[in-house]
Design a protein around this ligand. Structure first.
Ligand code: FMN
Length: 224
């Protein structure tokens, strides 16, 4: 891209609106003691507002060289014990979690002007829980996980379709087949931040922090 074009892009980006939606409101004084309760109420509002993929989140990890990585995953469950996602352990994110079992999650519900960030250690759940999650997946999703090549270089699209077709047939014939490396992970939160946008740009932030899993939560307002 030439420098002239990049100047145009800068102006174009500056012209785009942010926080265009009617936006939600947030009164931190009324926030519950347990952050998962607040998260579930914000998630419920996102679902009720019919936002697309309300349970999609960016999962950030760090590799053995300290390099950051991030990708979008689907939230599988959340309760007082933590936020859960399931992935193939033999994938880049699985390898990163093996060497650095810690992650950050970011949810963004744009139309409501809300962001939630969650950070903490990640534990791999026992194999039977990973298997139960795997068997609840669709046939194509199970086939992709069984072939176990996620994020590897692919020679051509025809090869992808041929191999996936082969695994789909196998899953249809053997519906109890489980990818052993499919793993359910729980992020045990030590820091959770709720961020509410305001059109005035005076945003409201509430953080819950604790020194260790199961320790009591401390609440702090944060400067926007
Ligand atoms: C909305 C959305 C949902 C996704 N859900 C998953 C998922 O549940 N599991 C998964 O392995 N990848 C999922 N992906 C793909 C990941 O973002 C990522 O491309 C893939 O897991 C490879 O990541 P890695 O190379 O860091 O291991 C999803 C992508 C999007 C956009």
């Amino acid at each position: 891209m030439s420098k002239d074009t990049s100047r145009d892009v800068r102006a174009w980006l500056r012209s785009l609106e942010v926080f265009a939606g009617p936006l939600a409101t947030f009164d931190p004084a009324a926030a519950p003691d347990e952050p998962v309760d607040l998260f579930l109420s914000w998630l419920t509002e996102a679902v009720d507002a019919e936002l697309p993929d309300p349970h999609a989140m960016t999962v950030s990890t760090v590799d053995e060289h300290g390099e950051p990585w991030a990708r979008v995953l689907i939230l599988k469950n959340v309760d007082v014990d933590g936020w859960q996602f399931a992935v193939h352990a033999d994938s880049p994110k699985g390898h990163q979690l093996a060497v650095r079992p810690s992650a950050a999650l970011t949810f963004y519900w744009a139309a409501l002007g809300r962001q939630v960030r969650v950070r903490g250690p990640v534990i791999a759940e026992p194999a039977d829980r990973g298997a139960a999650d795997f068997l609840a997946r669709s046939v194509p999703a199970r086939a992709e996980a069984l072939l176990g090549l996620q994020s590897r270089h692919l020679a051509d699209i025809a090869e992808r379709d041929r191999v996936i077709d082969k695994w789909r047939s196998r899953v249809e014939q053997e519906p109890d087949l489980v990818a052993e490396a499919w793993t359910l992970y729980t992020l045990v939160p030590v820091a959770i931040e709720f961020w509410q946008a305001d059109k005035s740009r005076v945003h409201t932030r509430l953080s819950y922090e604790r020194t260790a899993a199961k320790a009591p939560w401390q609440r702090h307002l944060l400067w926007p």
